[in-house]
Design a protein around this ligand. Structure first.
Ligand code: SF4
Length: 237
């Protein structure tokens, strides 16, 4: 069924749900290139997607939201993937930690993590996506209840792009099977119990009996950084 969307671009009448991850990526590249990009946070989904794009013989801009608060292992994984797949990295400007401390006081992530994510992730992503019509992201339905209804393709009012989720119907086991069978570099923190990996102050290891993203903002009711919300953006002062 065609998705009715407020975009000048009209999508073809395709059954995205029935398409494989590779088919979704190939279609997105065909339909949107060069105005399509991939975002990577250097978790296991990033490893799968950059490998898949390369296996398909495609090139795609790779947007990294470097909050300056990633783990050393995440930066090392990025460097390995960039080197192996010759990724063209797009790195939007993000305030330094010192600038944030001056503007909002020290350790904003402890006092107001929503504002911290807004400044360090959401607003930079809005700017980074401006040149594109489509954004490919690695989020999956089984990561958490807040992602359980993730469609494979949707319109984002916030970013004014089509949001593409080729791995929406993959589970964690399938991700690992693909990574291992294809021998793809991956973030070694996953082997240390970090099933989901973000910024250092807001990430802890996750037990096997917990939800995959339970180690993110643990001890608070915050579930998401906000970049995957599609409502129009309230700009910060
Ligand atoms: Fe700030 Fe934590 Fe969000 Fe990173 S995950 S941007 S440190 S609140």
């Amino acid at each position: 069924m065609a998705i009715p969307l407020p975009s000048p671009l009209r999508l073809p009448d395709l059954d995205f749900e029935a398409m494989t991850a590779e088919e979704v990526i190939a279609w997105a590249h065909r339909f949107f290139w060069p105005r399509v990009c991939l975002t990577c946070s250097w978790q296991k989904q990033s490893s799968v997607l950059v490998h898949m794009v390369a296996e398909l013989g495609l090139r795609m801009d790779t947007v990294e939201l470097d909050t300056h608060l990633f783990f050393r292992e995440s930066y090392e994984t990025r460097d390995q993937l960039v080197d192996r797949y010759q990724l063209k990295l797009i790195q939007p400007e993000i305030p330094t930690i010192a600038e944030q401390h001056r503007a909002d006081g020290p350790n904003l992530w402890e006092r107001d993590p929503d504002r911290c994510c807004h400044i360090r992730k959401v607003e930079p992503l809005v700017n980074a996506l401006a040149p594109y019509d489509a954004w490919i992201s690695g989020i999956r339905r089984d990561q958490s209840p807040s992602r359980s209804d993730t469609p494979k393709v949707q319109w984002s009012e916030r970013y004014q792009v089509f949001k593409i989720h080729p791995l929406a119907d993959w589970d964690e086991q399938r991700i690992w099977s693909y990574v291992n069978e294809s021998d793809i570099p991956y973030n070694p923190l996953h082997d240390a119990g970090y099933r989901s990996i973000g910024c250092i102050p807001c990430t802890r290891p996750t037990r096997p009996d917990e939800e995959e993203r339970a180690g993110r903002w643990a001890g608070s009711d915050k579930l998401e950084c906000g970049i995957h919300e599609n409502a129009k953006l309230e700009r910060t002062a």
